[in-house]
Write a protein that binds this ligand. Structure first.
Ligand code: NDP
Length: 433
């Protein structure tokens, strides 16, 4: 904490991981002797840079850019870019740190990183977003590459931003290479990448439910957010027979007892880039409520926080439990606060933690890298099948790890342990670097 003052989210993420690694460190003294934990919490490299650009009024704007290359023990750095006004080093470091374990869990050879900027794409014209992305890449290009570091999207960075970023990268490097993932299908993107985090979340949740004699069929599901992860999680829930009754954005949430109409949500959020409150214009029986936290007051069977970090606190967790919710799957990164997680685990709620549950996106990004290297594209069904297998395997591995280290049923610990061991062994083998 002294070394990294004010980086609250980073402290929270490290504390959770280190606590659950205690049983592993007690058994594997060699990790302690090699200083694995001390090295793991220190990024290999962090880059902070100026991003100047000119807005539509001709005024110069200056944002701050970040790339934290956290750990490359098992592969090139990999992790998304977040454009949101709340971005500062503490958020990028928490995300980069978690990414190490998540990437390890996917079973693909990728290290952990994260980046982004305090730039807010909301309300900006396409021209402004393009000029910002070009300026951002004008610095970032020297740090990334298909064998070095391969960024992707995250909050505020979707297909449009990745397109602009890739265009500038290609122009500067004079090379058409897989240095970013989440690209458009016409220039090296992978089928299923757009859907991967949301679908992957549901594949893992379905596996967890199956393990406990349940399924999504006939359940009522509340999903926070209405971005990339939330929309495709909702799509898969509906395909598997669940009913999504609420979704949100950063202004408020909608409740539709008849089941949310996803085509309307996609039109509002993906096409028109408007607010979710517009939904009630075309669905007058639905309700809109200002503010996001009330979404967890809605009685449901399954809750899927898919918006942002620390969006579901202890109080919200208690309400969910009281109202009969029996399973929670984290689509966003670190959406549940530590007291919320404690409440879920102490009350027998089936809880799928983010590192495992939302790993589908980066897993398919790794497959996009493979396809780019081979100059080949797999079909939708081929990639979807691989995604499903990866998520089923992740569930099995984290469940087994929890059992092996004496915390059966605690998938938070299971995910941290299973993700950690592979990275720790690689670090051990590579000496003190
Ligand atoms: P998007 O930008 O597509 O959507 C984010 C959604 O969350 C929007 O509905 C947004 O509302 C809402 N939101 C964002 N910030 C806040 C906030 N501070 N308070 C309340 N609501 C907020 O992002 P993604 O769907 O890509 O990402 C969502 C989460 O999933 C993040 O935690 C991300 O790190 C994680 N994730 C994403 C992956 C991916 O493949 N995209 C992979 C793994 C994890 P509004 O529209 O008002 O901005």
């Amino acid at each position: 904490i002294k070394k990294n003052p004010g980086e609250f989210e980073f402290h929270q993420a490290v504390k959770e991981v280190l606590e659950s690694l205690e049983p592993v460190i007690n058994v594997h003294k060699e990790y302690k002797e090699a200083g694995i934990l001390e090295r793991l919490v220190e990024p290999e490299r962090q880059i902070i840079f100026r991003v100047p650009w000119v807005d539509d009024q001709g005024k110069v704007q200056v944002n701050r850019g970040y790339r934290v290359e956290f750990n490359s023990a098992i592969g090139p750095y990999k992790g998304g870019l977040r454009f949101h006004p709340s971005v500062y080093i503490g958020i990028i470091k928490f995300l980069g740190f978690e990414q190490i374990f998540k990437n390890s869990l996917t079973g693909t050879p990728i290290g952990g990183a994260k980046g982004g900027s305090d730039f807010d794409p909301k309300g900006k014209s396409d021209g402004e977003v393009m000029r910002f992305c070009q300026s951002f890449m004008t610095e970032l290009f020297r740090h990334i590459g298909p064998n070095t570091d391969v960024p992707a999207g995250d909050i505020g960075v979707g297909a449009r931003e990745i397109g602009y970023l890739y265009g500038q990268y290609k122009r500067i490097k004079n090379a058409f290479e897989g240095s970013l993932t989440g690209k458009g299908l016409s220039f090296g993107g992978s089928l299923v990448r757009k859907e991967a985090t949301g679908y992957g979340l549901i594949y893992l949740v379905e596996e967890m439910l199956k393990d406990h004699g349940r399924s999504l069929e006939g359940t009522k599901v509340v999903i926070s957010g209405s971005g990339n992860v939330a929309i495709y999680a909702a799509e898969k829930v509906q395909k598997l027979g669940g009913k999504v009754i609420a979704m949100s954005d950063s202004n408020g949430y909608i409740y539709d007892a008849e089941g949310v109409n996803l085509d309307s949500i996609k039109q509002i959020k993906e096409v028109e880039r408007k607010r979710i409150r517009e939904y009630i214009e075309s669905h007058p029986k639905a309700e809109y409520h200002e503010g996001c936290s009330g979404i967890w007051d809605i009685p449901c069977d399954i809750a899927l926080p898919c918006a942002t970090q620390n969006e579901l606190n202890g109080e919200a967790a208690k309400k969910l439990i009281k109202n009969g919710c029996f399973a929670v799957g984290e689509g966003a990164n670190m959406p549940s606060t530590p007291d919320a997680i404690e409440a879920f685990l102490n009350n027998g709620i089936l809880f799928a933690p983010a590192k495992a549950a939302n790993a589908g996106g980066v897993a398919i990004s790794a497959l996009e890298m493979s396809q780019n290297s081979m100059r080949y594209s797999w079909t939708f069904d081929e990639v979807d099948e691989k995604l499903k297998n990866i998520m089923v395997n992740i569930y099995k591995n984290i469940n087994d790890a929890a059992k092996e280290y004496g915390c059966e049923g605690n998938l938070v610990a299971g995910a941290n342990i299973a993700g950690f061991i592979k990275v720790a062994d690689a670090m051990l083998a590579q000496g003190i670097v």
